[in-house]
Design a protein around this ligand. Structure first.
Ligand code: ZN
Ligand code: ZN
Length: 415
C-alpha cells in the first residue's frame, strides 16, 4: 500500500483530533436506518456481510441529533460537532435577519468546517457521494476532492464535483429521485471509486425513500438492506475500513386505522390565540415531500411577546405532544443554535407528527401508512464497524457524529 506523504499526521478539526487513515476509510450514513431494519434483514438471512460483521464485532447504539432530521445529522457527522457549533439545525428555518422562511441548504449557513475538507486540505484523497443533491453543497463545502449526488450525477464535472463522466464510472443510468435506485447508485459509486481512485476517506449518504414507505422486515425493506449488504461486502473485499451509522431512525406515525396522526399546530394556535400571533416552522420541510408530506415530529414556534407562555399552555396539553421547551432550554438540551430556532420547541411522541394547517400539506401522494421522524423516538441509531473497536470508554454516550472518531481513532486497523 502506498501511504500518502502526510500519512503520519493526525489532524484537528472543530476541537477533535483524527488519526490519518491507514487504509481506505468509508463512512456510510444510511438515511432513516432504524436499528430494527438491520435486525429484521439479518433474521431474514438476506445480509450475509452484516451477519458476519455483527456476529464478530456486535453493534453499538448512538444518539442522533434532535431534531432527528437529515441535514442537521449529516452535517454533524461530517463536522464531528452538534448544530450549536456548525449552525445547521434543520432543512428549513425562519431567518430572523431577513424575516423570511428559507431552506438551510446553502453553505453560507455553515459555521464550522467539515473534516472532509480538512483532510483534503492536508493532502488526503477524499470523496463524498450523496443520494439527494440537497446535501451535496453542505457536505462538499470547501472540499477539494470528489463530491457529487446520485440525483444529479449527470451534471458533475471536474470543476464542480471533482469528477467527469460519473455515470460512466458508476456504470448505471441516472436514477429517479424517488427510488431505492438513488441509494444503490451511491453504493455502486463507492465501489467504483474504491477500484479506480482508492480515496483515503469517503463519505456516503443515502436517502430514506424506502424507510419512509416500508417497515422493518417487509420485503421492500429487506430488499434494500440485501442490496446494501452486497455493496458493503464488495467494499470490504477491496480493503475498506467501514463505519456505518444513520442520520435518524424512523417510526410509523399513524393511528390504529393506519391514518396519519397529525397535529396541525398553526391551526390550533390560530384558533386559540388568534391568527398572526404565532409562526410555526417545520424544519423537515424540503423540496422532496412526496414520501412524508412535510410532516415530522419536531416544530419550532415564534410567538409575539404577548403570547409567550400561552403557546406552552395551549400545546402542552395536546395529545401527541411530548414536550414544549422554551428556546434556551431546548438549545441547551439538544445543542442547537439559539438564533435559528423559535421561542418554543415542540416535540411529538412516537406516533405523532406536526403540520401547520391541513391545506399546507398534500397527503395525496401518501400511498402507504405514514412513517416519519424528527423527535426523540427516532434518536437511536446503529453504529457498526468491520473492525474491532478499542479504547472506547464504557459509559461514554455515543453519538452518530462520533463515527469518524470511532473509525479513525478506535478501530484496530487504525492504530
Ligand atoms: Zn434522513
Ligand atoms: Zn426522511
Amino acid at each position: 500500500m502506498t501511504l500518502s506523504p502526510h500519512s503520519q499526521q493526525a489532524i484537528e478539526v472543530n476541537g477533535r483530533r483524527y488519526a490519518w487513515p491507514q487504509a481506505p476509510v468509508v463512512v456510510v450514513c444510511v438515511d432513516g436506518c432504524e436499528p430494527d431494519y438491520l435486525v429484521q434483514a439479518r433474521r431474514a438471512g438476506v445480509t450475509p456481510w452484516l451477519d458476519s460483521v455483527l456476529s464478530r464485532y456486535g453493534a453499538l447504539t448512538g444518539d442522533s441529533v434532535v431534531p432527528s432530521f437529515t441535514n442537521p445529522n449529516n452535517v454533524s457527522i461530517v463536522t464531528g460537532v452538534p448544530p450549536s457549533v456548525h449552525g445547521i439545525c434543520g432543512n428549513y428555518f425562519y431567518d430572523v435577519t431577513t424575516g423570511g422562511e428559507v431552506m438551510m441548504n446553502d453553505p453560507a449557513y455553515l459555521r464550522a468546517p467539515t473534516l472532509l475538507a480538512a483532510f483534503a486540505q492536508a493532502g488526503a484523497v477524499v470523496a463524498a457521494v450523496t443520494a439527494k443533491d440537497k446535501l451535496r453543497r453542505l457536505l462538499g463545502h470547501g472540499l477539494r476532492g470528489i463530491c457529487f449526488s446520485a440525483e444529479k450525477a449527470d451534471q458533475a464535472t471536474l470543476a464542480d464535483g471533482g469528477i467527469d463522466h460519473a455515470l460512466d464510472l458508476v456504470g448505471r443510468p441516472l436514477p429517479s429521485v424517488y427510488s431505492a435506485d438513488l441509494s444503490e447508485f451511491v453504493f455502486a459509486a463507492s465501489v467504483a471509486l474504491l477500484k479506480t481512485r482508492r480515496p483515503d476517506l469517503m463519505y456516503l449518504s443515502t436517502t430514506d425513500y424506502v424507510q419512509h414507505k416500508a417497515a422493518p422486515g417487509t420485503t421492500e425493506a429487506n430488499d434494500f438492506y440485501a442490496m446494501m449488504d452486497g455493496y458493503l461486502g464488495r467494499m470490504d473485499a477491496l480493503g475498506a475500513v467501514i463505519g456505518l451509522t444513520a442520520d435518524h431512525g424512523m417510526s410509523a406515525k399513524t393511528d390504529a386505522a393506519g391514518q396519519p396522526q397529525v397535529l396541525y399546530l398553526q391551526q390550533i394556535l390560530d384558533e386559540r390565540l388568534g391568527a398572526g400571533s404565532t409562526r410555526v416552522i417545520l424544519p423537515i420541510t424540503d423540496p422532496y415531500v412526496v414520501h412524508h408530506g412535510a410532516l415530522g415530529s419536531f416544530a419550532t414556534v415564534y410567538a409575539a411577546s404577548a403570547f409567550g407562555s400561552s403557546v406552552q399552555e395551549v400545546l402542552s396539553v395536546q395529545p401527541g405532544v411530548e414536550q414544549v421547551l422554551p428556546r434556551e432550554e431546548a438549545a441547551q438540551r439538544f445543542e442547537l443554535p439559539t438564533d435559528r430556532i423559535g421561542d418554543w420547541v415542540v416535540l411529538g411522541d412516537h406516533l405523532t407528527v406536526f403540520g401547520t394547517r391541513p391545506a399546507d400539506h398534500d397527503l395525496s401522494a401518501l400511498d402507504v401508512p405514514l412513517r416519519s421522524h424528527g423527535g426523540l423516538s427516532e434518536q437511536k441509531v446503529p453504529l457498526l464497524f468491520n473492525r474491532p473497536l478499542q479504547g472506547v470508554d464504557a459509559g461514554r454516550r455515543l453519538r452518530n457524529f462520533d463515527v469518524f472518531d470511532l473509525v479513525l481513532n478506535h478501530t484496530l486497523a487504525s492504530t
